[in-house]
Structure formats: C-alpha cells, structure tokens
Write a protein that binds this ligand. Structure first.
Ligand code: PAF
Length: 283
C-alpha cells in the first residue's frame, strides 16, 4: 500500500493506476477505523481494480474545538487495517495540505446542509461538502463509498455531486451493527460500560418503528419516543422523519418511503457521547 502525505504524491500514485487502465474506488474517512469503515473498503474492493482511502480529520466539520481535539487518532492501526484489506494507496495529509494558506473557497448545499442535523451543527455539512469536493478533485475516483449511518451526509453528498456535475458515482453502504444492534461508530469506544449496555435502544427504537405498521408520521414518531423512554440513560436530542427522496419533514399519512434519523446522548455532565442511527421505512 502506498502511503501518501501530499496531494502530489497521491496524484502520482493515481496516475500510475490510470496508466494501467484501472478503475478507482475512493473511501474517504477520518480514521479511527472500525468494521463499518472496512465494509466501505470491501464494497470498493469488490467493484474496482484499485482502491484509494483517505484519512483526514477534517477541522471544518467540527463545531467545537474540544470535539476535534478529542477525536480518536489511531494512524498505525488504521494503516495496518487498510493494508490488510487490500487498499492500494492512502492519502493521509496535514491540514495545510488540504486547506492551503489563504484558502477561502467553500462548497455548500444551501438547504440540505442547514436542516435537521445541520440545524443543530451549523457549518458541519458545509465542512463535509467542502472537504469531500476537495478529495474528489484530488483523487478523481470513478466511485466513492459512504456509510448509510450518516444518512443526511450521504444525501448532502449526492446533492452536491448532482448539482456540480461531478463525474463520480456515490455508493451508500448499509450500516454495520454489533450483535446487539448498536451501529458501529468510533464514538462507541467513549461509552461507559453502562452506557454501552444502554445504547442499543437506538436500534430497538428503529426496529419498533419498522415493525409498528404506523399509518402516520406522528404515530411513527410516538413509537420511537416510547421505546427510547424505556432507557433512562438515553437523552433523545433529535428525531426527524423525512419524506424520500426530497428529504422534507414527513407529516400525516405515510404514503411513501420515509427516512428516520435519531440522535441521543449517553452519559452525564461534561462526559456525554452523542450517537446517531437511521433507518428507511417503506410503508
Ligand atoms: O463520514 C466521515 O468520516 C466524514 O464526514 C468524511 C466523509 C470522511 C468527510 O470528512
């Protein structure tokens, strides 16, 4: 696996792949890799001659400096995992490489970035689209792989690619779950033992929603709230039900597929961990 720390190094690696006539799949990550990321790599590995990954903890998508500072960084282990999974090259740049001195260009989906999770994390999705657009420009992949768990992110990136006519196919990969249903996330490692035991309530709430056969968005909302209320360690911080593919708030009778996004905090005081989960329900 070629380890590249600069834009020119990864471009040289990619130029080599292209002269072989290889198709390239890209897996953008912020490191702290777990089985969820490796599912993205496997999907890319199965579909392309060459797979490129990126590891970059993108400062512009973090609201609070504290969150950025405490984001787990496990470079050696990440590189080992990518190498054993058959990744051909990895870009692992410094911040100044991606955001050159004087950088002032941003990419933003103006509506989608500022609703739902975007409304409570101002600037987050602008940071995501800006860095993903840069990574696409740098690597020019045929396809790029993103987890369905970050559901709004996936929709935001699809919107950007469509609006800006970017020649890359976006592939969503289903959420990888632990045996008790908890969606894998780098944040799970920060949960206390008791909160880790409580956290599968998110998946249970989504299962209950799917099984409920609820006829309206309001009934679906209630099923989820009732299930979460059974777990005192979980504080619901966000629950959104949106019509697909428009991503507009769902109200009244469920006449077509909806996406459900939940976020909840576990822990107390300064030591809380925010977890998210999602499900598409087809009535
Ligand atoms: O999902 C992530 O890990 C990040 O948001 C991404 C897409 C790598 C952009 O920094």
């Amino acid at each position: 696996m070629q380890i590249c720390r600069t834009v020119s190094d990864i471009r040289a690696a990619l130029a080599g792949f292209r002269t072989e006539g290889a198709g390239v799949g890209l897996v953008p990550t912020m490191g702290a890799l777990h089985a969820g990321h490796m599912a993205l790599v496997s999907a890319a590995r199965a579909a392309h001659d060459r797979v490129v990954a990126t590891i970059f903890v993108n400062p512009t998508q973090f609201g609070q400096a504290a969150d950025l500072d405490t984001y787990p960084r496990t470079e050696a282990r990440d590189l080992e995992q990518l190498d054993s999974a058959g990744v051909d090259a990895v870009l692992i740049p410094e911040v100044a490489e991606i955001y050159p001195a004087g950088d002032e260009t941003v990419v933003e989906t103006t509506r989608l970035a500022n609703i739902l999770h975007g409304a409570v994390r101002p600037g987050h999705f602008r940071g995501v689209t800006t860095v993903v657009a840069k990574l696409f420009n740098i690597c020019q992949p045929d396809a790029a792989y993103f987890g369905e768990k970050d559901y709004q992110q996936l929709h935001v990136i699809r919107r950007m690619v469509c609006d800006l006519h970017m020649p890359v196919t976006i592939r969503g990969v289903p959420t990888v779950r632990d045996t008790d249903g908890l969606a894998l996330s780098s944040r799970n490692a920060r949960l206390s033992r008791a909160d880790r035991a409580a956290a599968p309530v998110l998946a249970r709430a989504l299962d209950a929603a799917q099984a409920s056969g609820a006829a309206t968005a309001e009934a679906l909302d209630q099923v989820i709230r009732d299930t979460l209320a059974t777990e005192p360690r979980a504080t619901l911080t966000g629950l959104d039900i949106v019509r697909l593919p428009a991503f507009t708030p769902a109200t009244g009778p469920l006449t077509g597929p909806v996406g459900i996004m939940i976020s909840a905090e576990f822990g107390r005081g300064d030591d809380t961990v925010l977890l998210i989960d999602q499900r598409e329900v087809h009535p």
